[in-house]
Design a protein around this ligand. Structure first.
Ligand code: FAD
Length: 388
């Protein structure tokens, strides 16, 4: 029988609510504390959940509702200028599921207690538990505290003040739904290397074309990015993508006010300490592999569930956290390393730009071997029924 009875989960994004769902399934009381004042209804862009992420969501009962509101991607194509390459899929692995972020949050939050407007500012550990302090002056106690508070995690600094922070990838993300249609089958996603930047697009559910850009840019915060008026962002996008086909036309046809600014894209370097005492990290707080992996959300869901499984089966908290790290570290660092290679192709430095034709040929060859490249990522399955 586990000694952990109560868990405070900091962060109500993806990893936090999934951890709480899995803990409650394991018979452990869990409450989520989220800094935003309200739910994320209608806010944010889209996110693609990989087959491994859907399989993990199934353990907490969220895969079917997520699939219902998603757009399945059955075909992926890469274009480099006019060159077009069908990316072979993983046999029998199932599609990617593209879902509105706010829909996923709503599904995950339906069955867990979440307190909004609770920004964690400090946590103090005692012999048998943790006292968490919030910006509004409230304090709560729990046996264990999980930091699922994203790439700029406060809990990561509380665990280790010298912990590394996220690295900026050199790109800013934006997305929109252009009224233009593209001559592609529904369920197709195109990954396009334009003349000066990377973008992706595909036919949108209900008409038009969904597109997203990874715009090469100087670092800036989400607040700074959103403070720039959308007509100004549209001009910048046209400077970079204006002569790309169909990228330039998709952007020109989109009313500027319908552009969603997601903000700067980050990647986490390896984090030396995943836990200390009764505090532990999960999700982007400890392993954000950047959007280029297509795995950030899926790995967050997996880690949250495997952490809950360790707390369910291993009575000593330190042993449970040690086992959790041993299950997850190599896997998540490998995915981040793959994504870092992709980032260097999307946003090359001066030497990278000169070597781009050679790099691109190697990159395309690499993409043609999905079983080796993404097979281990997407075929991963958690055995929840197994006792650790
Ligand atoms: C533009 C973009 C596109 C992406 N596309 C994909 C994709 O297609 N597929 C994919 O798998 N991944 C994608 N990702 C990555 C994915 O979004 C993340 O990996 C995932 O959201 C991580 O979930 P999380 O719960 O760990 O962190 P988050 O989703 O960042 O949630 C953290 C939560 O903690 C809260 N919080 C922060 N600090 C505190 C505090 N002190 N106190 C209380 N609460 C706090 C935040 O408000 C937030 O709600 C993308 C990321 C970006 C930026």
């Amino acid at each position: 029988m586990t000694r952990v009875r109560t868990v405070a989960v900091i962060g109500g994004g993806i990893a936090g609510p999934v951890a709480a769902l899995a803990l409650r399934k394991a018979g452990i009381e869990a409450t989520v504390y989220e800094s935003h004042p309200t739910t994320a209804d209608g806010v944010g862009g889209t996110i693609a959940i990989a087959p491994n992420g859907m399989a993990a969501l199934d353990i907490v009962g969220a895969a079917a509702p997520a699939a219902e509101v998603s757009w399945p991607v059955h075909r992926q194509v890469m274009t480099v200028g006019r060159k077009r390459l069908d990316l072979p899929g993983l046999a029998g692995a199932g599609p990617l599921h593209v879902v509105q972020r706010s829909d996923l949050y709503r599904i995950l939050a339906a069955d867990v207690p979440i307190q909004y407007g609770k920004r964690l500012v400090n946590a103090v550990q005692g012999a048998g538990g943790v006292t968490a302090a919030f910006a509004d002056g409230d304090e709560i106690e729990a046996d264990v505290l999980i930091g699922a508070d994203g790439v700029h995690s406060t809990v990561r600094r509380l665990i280790d003040p010298a912990a590394p922070g996220p690295h900026f990838t050199g790109m800013v993300a934006m997305e929109g739904r252009s009224p233009l249609t593209v001559p592609e089958e529904p369920g197709t996603m195109i990954f396009a290397f334009g003349k000066r930047g990377f973008y992706l697009y595909g036919p949108a559910l209900g008409g038009g074309t969904t597109f997203g850009v990874n715009l090469p840019h100087r670092p800036l915060t989400v607040a700074e990015a959103r403070a720039i008026p959308s007509p100004r962002w549209k001009e910048t996008l046209l400077e970079v993508y204006g002569s790309d086909t169909p990228g330039g036309d998709l952007i020109r046809a989109l009313p500027a006010e319908e552009l969603t600014v997601n903000g700067a894209l980050h990647i986490m370097p390896p984090v030396p300490h995943w836990y200390r005492g009764r505090m532990v990290l999960t999700g982007d707080a400890v392993h954000a592999p950047s959007n280029s992996s297509g795995q950030g959300a899926s790995l967050s869901i997996e880690s949250a569930i495997e952490l809950a499984q360790c707390l369910r089966d291993i009575p000593d908290v330190t042993d449970a956290f040690r086992h959790y790290e041993s299950l997850r570290r190599a896997r998540v660092e490998k995915v981040a390393a793959r994504a870092a290679r992709t980032n260097s192709v999307k946003a090359p430095g001066p030497i990278g730009r000169a070597l781009m034709p050679i790099i691109m040929r190697a990159f395309m060859r690499f993409a043609m071997n999905p079983e080796k490249v993404i097979g281990p990522e997407q075929r991963y399955r958690i055995d929840w029924a197994k006792t650790l």
